[in-house]
Every structure is written in structure tokens, then in C-alpha cells.
Design a binder for this molecule. Structure first.
Ligand code: SF4
Length: 485
């Protein structure tokens, strides 16, 4: 049975340098008979572009056949009018991807489509499985061959070969997955949304007329004129088909462990997460930062766009005027997530241009969202000094990052994280600022206004919500899998 399975993809991964499995992504799905679902998905992905800029894909179903189109690049680069015309149907899913480790290859673009004994299954995934190596070995032992180097292919294979009703298959397979997974799944007759039992990554459900939409973030709903119904609960699966929406608890909830970095950085400020609009939450982070780390200064600037709201919050709380001291080229990807160091370093110069009129002879408070490797921040500081800033006081609205993320974000390995190697004074010296202040964990929680028990904060504490086995390894799934004995 298992050997009947085939991943349908335009290209297979080969060699040892293909893209790795770890990613932070955007997922989208729509069930809307009578609508142009490929076009709706295109616009949904467009709104989620900030969650992944390396590849994009859409799969649609007309009730019998699943069609798939994926490509490298931004959503607008991957899809032309003619592509959408070749994606007929009334159900669709889509994906925008970061491969934050290794290189970016077409074979890893999602959705992943597998033809199994139970029919075709296509999946778009945001997150990262921590037991992917064990699952891959098990599937390899059953004689399966992999066309990608993603953990998403493993989930798709497991579901495609499971037996029973669709609900049975979900109930059987989902408990085998450990880690972070917000999934949108396309089968010929249904759209299914799934969230892992920790609820690490966001996933919400909306109504679009008589139809249904699921998306990583509510901003995608807003752009389509859909209304938010609710978030998918941890461990819940929601099947949407011709008989409506059927939610059920597919896996018992373990605990709440929502990624607090979604509040700080990943999600768009116009998205609602856990019932909270993020723009005012980020302003509150800036205000807390001003209370924790006050300084005499002439102007506050936020590193655009992700720290703009926090910068405004700092300015309002401190009484220091806010200014636009850095202009961002909005067509350059986030430096934090580009695939390798060389590009990352080059990216910063492409990304910002300082405004000397705002900065010259000024004592400047610079608010940023995080310091990860400490490669970008010194360049920003240098740039501001070259533009005439007299003093630079760096304020960061995240605590120091001391541990890697195993749940869908490749920030860096532990050895690459500057705060895992150096104390605050050493980091200040490294970045060349006059002073440096990080928001405390307590201050962050005050700004978010939710108890600590609701969140994963492992990158600040090293305290992971579940045991993690998979070491960050760019080539984890690029090596040949030992053959079955
Ligand atoms: S380790 Fe950090 S980035 Fe990863 S899920 Fe937890 S809070 Fe989010």
C-alpha cells in the first residue's frame, strides 16, 4: 500500500544543499462554491506575504481533481493570470514560504501534494515538527521515497496512506506529530484546518458570504472582506465541506504555548491574535521599554516597519518626539530571514536609508524588535552615526534571545545567537551604541496583557513547552536516509 504513494511535484530535491525543513510560513484556505477560489487564494497569500517570500503555491480542487501550481519568489512573481485560469474548483489552499535554513529550492515549495491509496492530499504547513527525523525514518523503512526535504511531505504521506474516513485518518495521524503545525489540508471534497496541541502558530477561521476562509492571520480575512469567526483551538481539526463546518478535537490539548514572537515581530500589526489587535500591543511594548530603560534624548525612531509601533509607544511614554530617521525600501525582504549570512549582511544596506535632517547632532533612541545574531544592528548604528547622530541609545522590545527556536522559526543556532554568547554590556560594545536596553520578560508580558502560561517563550528562557530532539541542522533532511533492512 505505502509504495503506491507518490508526491506530485514539479521538481524533486537533490544533492546535499537543498532547502531545509524549518520555516515560518503563511497558510491560507478557502471553501467557496461559485467563487474564483484560486484568485481569492492569490489575494489571501498576498496579504500573508510578510510570512514568507521565497516561494508560493496554490492547490485547488473541483471536487474530483486537485491541481497544483508552485514557484519560487513572491506571490506576484509566481502567479500570472494564466496560472490562475489553470486552477479551477471551489476549494483552494495556498502557502507562502521561508526556507530559513539552506538554500531555497522549488522542490520544497508548498502546498505538497501526495497521491496515496486514500486519494490525493495537499498540505500547506506553518511550523516545524520536532520528531520529523523519526517519522522520516519510519516512512523510509516502509519503502517510501521523498521528493522534498520538508517535514510537510511526511505529514502529507502519513495522511495519504492512512485508512478509514477522513476524520479517522486525522485522528490517527495527528497524534503522531510532535511540534508546531498549523495546517490547511485539501482533499478532493474538503478543506481542513488543523492546529497542533500547543497552538504554537496562529490559525483563524472566517466567513466569506456563504463560504469559509482559513488563514494564518486575520489581515488576510480583512483584505478579502471576510469576517473573523474564531481561532482554531490547540489540537483541533476543522473539516469544511458541502455539509458545513465540523470541528472536533483531533489531539488532546497539551497546554497553551503560543509563540510570543508573533506578537513582537512575525504577525502584521493589523492582525488580531488571541483577541488582541497587535498594533496597540506593540505600542505598549515600547511604553514598557521607556519605563524600564529611560534615557535623555532628542528624538525616538523605530526601525521600520516592525518596530515602528513600539517606537511610537516609547516616544509617547517618554515625552521625547518621534521622528522618521530611517526610510525602508519596502521591496527588500526582511534581513532577519534571508537564507545566508552574506545576503543578510548585504541586505541591510539595500534595506534602509537614514534621514540626516532628523538625525544630525541628535541624541537618538532607536527602537528595534529584536537582536538575533547581532550582524544587522551594528550596521544600523554605523549608518545612523554616518548620518550625523551624536548618541545612539538602542532599545529592543524583546528580551535577549538565548536559545534557538524548534517550532517553525530558524533564528539561528545557539552558537550564532549573540545573547547566548555575550552579556548586555558586551552586546552594546559589539553594536557600537552608547547604551542598550532589552525589554524584560515581565515587561513583555505586561504589554501583551496575558499570563506567562499562555506562551512559548523558549527562545528567551531555554524552557521549551515540549522536549525537543531535533538539533538545528541545515542538512538534516538532505542526507540519504538509510535504506530498510
Ligand atoms: S522558541 Fe521563540 S520563536 Fe520559537 S515558538 Fe517559542 S517564542 Fe516563538
Amino acid at each position: 500500500m505505502a509504495l503506491d504513494m507518490e508526491t506530485r511535484h514539479p521538481a524533486a530535491c537533490g544533492g546535499l544543499n537543498a532547502g531545509g525543513p524549518r520555516e515560518a510560513c503563511g497558510v491560507f484556505g478557502v471553501y467557496a462554491p461559485g467563487e474564483d477560489v484560486a484568485r481569492l487564494t492569490f489575494y489571501g497569500l498576498y496579504a500573508l506575504q510578510h510570512r514568507g517570500q521565497e516561494s508560493a503555491g496554490i492547490a485547488t480542487s473541483d471536487g474530483a481533481v486537485i491541481n497544483l501550481r508552485t514557484g519560487l519568489g513572491l506571490v506576484s512573481q509566481v502567479f500570472e493570470e494564466s496560472d490562475l485560469e489553470q486552477l479551477p474548483g471551489h476549494i483552494a489552499i495556498g502557502h507562502t514560504r521561508y526556507s530559513t535554513t539552506g538554500s531555497n529550492r522549488i522542490c520544497n515549495a508548498q502546498p505538497i501534494l501526495v497521491e496515496g491509496s486514500g486519494g490525493p492530499v495537499a498540505i500547506a504547513h506553518n511550523g516545524n515538527l520536532v520528531n520529523a527525523e523519526a517519522l522520516r525514518q519510519r516512512l523510509a523503512d516502509d519503502g517510501l521515497q521523498f521528493q522534498t526535504s520538508t517535514d510537510t511531505e511526511l505529514i502529507t504521506m502519513l495522511l495519504a496512506r492512512a485508512e478509514g474516513t477522513w476524520e479517522d485518518r486525522l485522528r490517527r495521524v495527528l497524534p503522531q506529530l510532535h511540534g508546531a503545525f498549523s495546517l490547511v489540508i485539501l482533499t478532493p471534497g474538503a478543506l481542513t484546518a488543523v492546529r497542533d496541541p500547543l497552538g504554537v502558530r496562529p490559525l483563524c477561521i472566517g466567513r466569506l458570504g456563504p463560504g469559509w476562509v482559513v488563514a494564518s492571520e486575520t489581515c488576510a480575512l480583512d483584505h478579502l472582506g471576510a469576517s473573523l469567526v474564531r481561532e482554531v483551538e490547540p489540537g483541533e481539526a476543522v473539516i469544511i465541506d458541502r455539509s458545513g463546518m465540523r470541528p472536533f478535537q483531533a489531539v488532546p490539548k497539551i497546554r497553551d504555548a503560543f509563540c510570543i514572537f508573533e506578537h513582537i515581530y512575525f504577525a502584521r500589526p493589523d492582525s488580531v491574535v488571541g483577541g488582541q489587535l497587535l498594533q496597540p500591543v506593540r505600542m505598549a511594548m515600547g511604553a514598557e521599554l521607556a519605563r524600564e530603560h529611560p534615557v535623555d534624548a532628542d528624538v525616538v525612531i523605530g526601525v521600520p516597519d516592525s518596530a515602528t509601533a513600539a517606537g511610537i509607544g516609547y516616544a509617547l511614554e517618554s515625552g521625547i518626539p518621534y521622528g522618521e530617521g530611517l526610510i525602508k525600501n519596502r521591496y527588500v525582504g526582511r534581513t532577519f530571514i534571508q537564507p545566508d549570512q552574506r545576503l543578510r549582511e548585504r541586505g541591510v544596506n539595500l534595506k534602509f536609508n537614514p534621514l540626516p535632517q532628523v538625525l544630525r547632532d541628535k541624541r537618538v533612541v532607536v527602537v528595534d524588535d529584536s537582536i538575533v545574531r547581532g550582524t544587522t544592528t551594528p550596521r544600523v548604528v554605523q549608518m545612523l552615526r554616518r548620518a550625523g547622530a551624536r548618541e545612539i541609545h538602542m532599545r529592543v522590545c524583546a528580551p535577549p534571545i538565548v536559545s534557538p527556536c524548534y517550532f517553525g522559526v530558524d533564528m539561528a543556532t545557539k552558537g550564532e545567537l549573540i545573547a547566548a554568547q555575550r552579556d548586555v554590556e558586551q552586546i552594546r560594545e559589539h553594536i557600537g551604541a552608547n547604551s542598550l536596553g532589552f525589554l524584560s520578560i515581565e515587561g513583555l508580558l505586561l504589554a501583551v496583557g496575558r499570563p506567562r502560561a499562555r506562551f512559548c517563550m523558549a527562545c528567551f528562557t531555554g524552557d521549551y513547552p515540549i522536549p525537543v530532539q531535533l538539533q538545528l541542522d541545515k542538512l538534516a533532511f538532505e542526507r540519504p536516509v538509510p535504506s530498510a533492512v
